[in-house]
Design a protein around this ligand. Sequence first.
Ligand SMILES: *Cc1c(COP(=O)(O)O)cnc(C)c1O
Length: 259
Amino acid sequence: MNDPGTDGTGSDFSASRDARTTELAARLRAVRERLDAAVAAAHRPAGAVELLVVTKFFPADDVRRLIGLGVRTFGESREPEAGRKIAEVRAGGEITPPPTFDMIGTVQTKKAGGVARWARAVHSVDRRKLAERLADAAQAALDAGDRDDPLGVLLQVSLDGDPHRGGLLEADLADVADAVAGSPALSLRGLMAIAPLAGERAHWMAELARIHADFTRSHPDATELSAGMSGDLEIAVAHGSTCVRVGTAILGERPLLSQ
Ligand SMILES: *Cc1c(COP(=O)(O)O)cnc(C)c1O
């Protein structure tokens, strides 16, 4: 599958592996092994959990290297840097199958237009106003031919009410879900959460699983659960995550200033 000669990227990185590519390949393999083991341990079918490789603060060259290694699903967290980087990746030559990029970080309302042009989905929708802006922006992007499909939306849940980490309280999910459901340019996919640092990870993940189960009773198509990062992907997979967002374990430590 990852035969460097047939990755379809036309990329130099696959022809002659530089040291960075070798490093990324080893880290990627280790994370895939962790993920496969976690899926098997949870008695879930192979492929039940998507690996979103988080490339925020790393250059377009690293994205191209990862594409050469077979990665097609990426996460980015800051606009307009993300939009620029993705344009640079795409300018490097046609990629088959094409990669997708999800927005996983806080979106300022005024940046909705940029995000709606490049994102497959936004994992971090945390207020009604943002859902409404994304609906308008996604419709404009569809009309302009900048995108072919509705913009996926995951509502970010706050597990402990900490405003710094962001997210909606459980009681506020339905109102924002209604705003998403009211737009043909948006598609409600599920929920997302970042586990609080304090307290038991397993406790928070179990709480998230319960919130998701309740939510899907009224929103049966919202089957996705985006949870788990470099440090806690096993616990998230054990509690039903369908998408883990992994940065550091694959790319390495981010520059300190950027955290
Ligand atoms: C940066 C980021 C990640 C990746 O975290 P790592 O610990 O580096 O794997 C996941 N989710 C969100 C929302 C992020 O901002």
